[in-house]
Each structure stands twice: as structure tokens, then as C-alpha cells.
Ligand binder design. Structure first.
Ligand SMILES: Cc1cc2nc3c(=O)[nH]c(=O)nc-3n(C[C@H](O)[C@H](O)[C@H](O)COP(=O)(O)OP(=O)(O)OC[C@H]3O[C@@H](n4cnc5c(N)ncnc54)[C@H](O)[C@@H]3O)c2cc1C
Length: 397
């Protein structure tokens, strides 16, 4: 069993660490670094992206033949974690959701012509993309389905979707729509461009936490026509594409969230080692040590689960139960780390003097997004029902 990383990965990790410490963390403290939705502003982002590209650490999920890093998931795990010690990190390296998952899936399943047109500009950082799947509940309490019907020229899309991250600024969209009533083969994936008529953004949904660029939008489709050449994979393969995309996408969330969780504890540690209360430093109180030790251990548990799932994905496995376990545990570890840090920082934690309150608000989405924790527990229970004791079997190699 291998628990080491290569010297090359370590060199990249140190380069990212240096960039995060020297370039990004100082910018987090400056309010002028932010846009109106508490993310890094676009002017600054463009400047920093020139620096990360010059470092040769760019779009690590994408093939080298298209200008990406071409790294396996295990290496991504090390480096994404390091990037997201800053709240600005992943987007500066073109490794932020949802582009990250969209680039990965397009490189896996799109045709060469589709990749040239739809994928390349996203890898190049010239445009952003969104992934459109989730639907709001309608007034009758039913899910409101996108309902494409075949026309003479291709497909016509009607319906409503919501919480579509990045939609306000994205130019390329991957859309999952229902094309038949079949449970497993009823969904199909399509590509469309923001300039095509037949769809509109109804609103940018206001949320409790800081926002990704382009926000989270509610979208209405009213006769959007998509030529068949912009269909991804075969008709009925929408669920398959979703599964191909969502496994790694969930796991890269875990990698990034681990970085955020670590940062929370770093900030807390700095404070508790200096701050004196009741005759000693905060870190000398046993109850403080317990809080720190527990949060650190939970981060490490989530990180090990993430790394195992990353390794399995690199072996060509879907790693469904490992990804589900990682997603549940890392989401909780992030909450724990943010809450622990906020508590130990006292009033300072509740202020905007550190990024802990930003991370605390951001963290709440982790137990919802890309499948609520309850749904992932249900997936695990289904695996237990099917596999029994084999749930925990070792791979022999
Ligand atoms: C910040 C953010 C960004 C997002 N970005 C995108 C995006 O870019 N594209 C996109 O398509 N979607 C996006 N989503 C949607 C996201 O994937 C869904 O919100 C998530 O999968 C949960 O689905 P839902 O909101 O429909 O919850 P529902 O299905 O309505 O479930 C509500 C709650 O019910 C409980 N529940 C549900 N099912 C079960 C079960 N089987 N057992 C027990 N309890 C259960 C859970 O507590 C769950 O939180 C985003 C959401 C958020 C919060």
C-alpha cells in the first residue's frame, strides 16, 4: 500500500503553496479584490491567471494535448487541496467548479469536433461553462421536466431548471433533458451556446453564501432548438454522462473543501497559540486541544477517503460508494473545521477580518450540492444490501 506522492507532485504542490501564500492570501484581506458576490473580481482574476499559466499549473484535469495538466485524480487530490487553502485558489488555476467537471466530461465523451468548438475555449480560459440538470418543484408539487421533442432539424427544449451555477456569465452549456419516459435511458445530454434563442434566465437566485462567478440561476426554456450534432453521446445516455461527470466532480469538491477546512484550522491555530486567557495561552486549555484534535482528525479521515476514491477512479472504477463516503465525510469535516475555527477565534471569527466567516457560510452548500448527504447514505445502504460483507472487501493486486 502506497501512501507517498512523487517528487514531481511535491514540487507542484510547493509551487502552488507558495503562490497561495504570497499572492492570494494577502489579496483576500483587501476588500477591493472582491466582486459584488464575494468572489474574486474579474480584472484581478485575469491578471492572476496569466501568472498561473506562466507557472505551468493550469487546467490540471484536462489533456496536455489541449493545454491542460493531464494529471491523474490522485495528483489532482494533492494539488486541488493545496490550491483551496485560499478561497480564490481553484479559479485562478482553472480548476474551479463547474468548469472543472465540464472540461473533464467533455474530454471524456465529446467527439473531436465537439471538443474543438465547445471544450477548447473553456480550457483556454476564454469562456465559462455551466451544467444544467436540477429542476425546481412546480406548483403542483411535481418535478417540472424539461421536455424535448424531436423536430425536423433536431431537438426542441421546453421546461425549467434551477440553481445552475455560473449561468449568468457562461457561454457554453451542457444540458440534461428528458427525451423519453424510460427510467434509465430517458435522459439525453446536449450542448448549446448562450446566443441561441429559446431560453432565458428568470433570475439569479440569492443565496446565503458567497457565489461562484455567474451565480446560481433559474432558467426557462421555451423552444430552444438544438441540432442533433450538438447531442453528447447517444440518445438516452444522459444519465450515463451525468454519472461519468458527477463522480469525479463530487470528488474534486472534496479535494477543494479539504483545503478550505485545513485553512480554517491554520487560522485558528495561529490565534490560539498567541491569545492568552485565564492565565495561559488558549492552546493550553484541554477543551481547546480537544476541539482542534477532533477537527484535524476529521479532515484527515475525509482526505483518506478522497484519496482512495481518486485512486479507484484512476484505475477505471466508478468508485461510487467511495465517492459517496468521501462526499459525506468531507462535507461534515468542512463544517466542523469552519465552526471550530469560528468558535476558537471568538469575536474575531464572527468578523470579516479572517476568511473563516466566508468559509462558514460557503460550507453549508457542501451537504446539499451534487446530491444531499442523505442521498449518499441511501446509496451506501443500497451497496450494503447488494454486497453484504463484501462492502469492505480489499482489492488484491
Ligand atoms: C450552491 C449550489 C450549486 C448548485 N449547482 C448546480 C448546477 O450547476 N447544476 C445543477 O444542475 N444543479 C445544481 N445544484 C443543485 C444540486 O445539485 C441539488 O440542489 C442537490 O442535488 C439536491 O437536490 P434538490 O435541491 O433537488 O433537493 P431535493 O431532492 O428537493 O431534496 C431536499 C432534501 O430532502 C432530503 N432528501 C432527498 N432525497 C432523500 C432521500 N432519498 N433520503 C433521505 N432524504 C432525502 C435531503 O435532506 C435533501 O437535502 C446546485 C445546488 C446548490 C446548493
Amino acid at each position: 500500500m502506497q501512501f507517498t506522492i512523487s517528487p514531481e507532485t511535491e514540487a507542484k504542490r510547493l509551487a502552488i503553496r507558495g503562490f497561495v501564500n504570497e499572492r492570494l492570501i494577502p489579496l483576500e484581506r483587501d476588500r477591493s479584490s472582491y466582486d459584488a458576490h464575494e468572489n474574486i473580481n474579474h480584472t484581478l482574476l485575469s491578471e492572476l491567471r496569466q501568472e498561473t499559466r506562466a507557472m505551468g499549473i493550469w487546467a490540471l484535469q484536462s489533456p496536455t494535448s489541449r493545454g491542460g495538466g493531464g494529471l491523474p485524480m490522485v495528483e489532482q487530490a494533492v494539488l486541488y487541496e493545496e490550491m483551496n487553502r485560499s478561497i480564490f485558489g481553484p479559479v485562478c488555476f482553472n480548476c474551479a467548479a463547474p468548469d472543472d467537471g465540464n472540461m473533464r466530461v467533455m474530454a471524456q465523451v465529446a467527439t473531436k469536433a465537439q471538443q474543438d468548438w465547445w471544450l477548447q475555449p473553456v480550457i483556454d480560459g476564454k469562456m465559462n461553462s455551466s451544467f444544467i440538470m436540477t429542476e425546481p418543484m412546480d406548483e403542483d408539487g411535481r418535478g417540472c421536466g424539461s421536455d424535448p421533442s424531436l423536430t425536423n432539424t433536431g431537438w426542441k427544449i421546453n421546461g425549467r431548471k434551477w440553481f445552475i451555477t455560473g449561468a449568468e456569465t457562461a457561454e457554453h452549456f451542457i444540458l440534461i433533458a428528458r427525451t423519453s419516459a424510460d427510467d434509465r435511458k430517458g435522459l439525453t445530454a446536449f450542448l448549446f451556446h448562450r446566443d441561441q434563442p429559446g431560453w432565458r434566465i428568470l433570475r439569479r437566485i440569492e443565496i446565503m453564501g458567497p457565489e461562484e462567478h455567474g451565480g446560481h440561476c433559474e432558467i426557462e426554456f421555451d423552444g430552444l432548438e438544438i441540432p442533433d450534432e450538438n447531442r453528447l453521446m447517444e440518445v438516452g445516455d444522459g444519465l450515463k454522462l451525468t454519472q461519468i461527470r458527477l463522480g469525479p466532480a463530487r470528488l474534486t469538491h472534496c479535494m477543494r473543501w479539504t483545503g478550505l477546512a485545513r485553512r480554517c484550522l491554520e487560522i485558528a491555530m495561529e490565534y490560539v497559540q498567541q491569545r492568552r486567557s485565564f492565565g495561559g495561552r488558549l492552546i493550553d486549555h484541554e477543551s481547546v486541544q480537544t476541539l482542534i484534535g477532533q477537527a484535524a482528525m476529521e479532515i484527515e479521515i475525509g482526505r483518506q477517503l478522497t484519496m482512495k476514491a481518486a485512486w479507484l477512479l484512476d484505475q477505471g472504477d466508478f468508485a461510487r460508494k467511495e465517492v459517496s463516503m468521501a462526499k459525506i465525510v468531507v462535507a461534515d469535516a468542512l463544517h466542523k473545521a469552519a465552526d471550530t475555527a469560528l468558535q476558537l477565534l471568538g469575536a474575531r471569527g464572527y468578523s470579516k477580518d479572517t476568511p473563516v466567516e466566508w468559509i462558514y457560510r460557503y460550507a453549508r452548500q457542501a451537504r446539499l450540492v451534487d446530491g444531499a448527504s442523505e442521498v449518499h447514505r441511501m446509496v451506501l445502504s443500497n451497496f450494503m444490501t447488494r454486497e453484504g460483507g463484501d462492502f469492505w472487501k480489499w482489492r488484491v493486486g
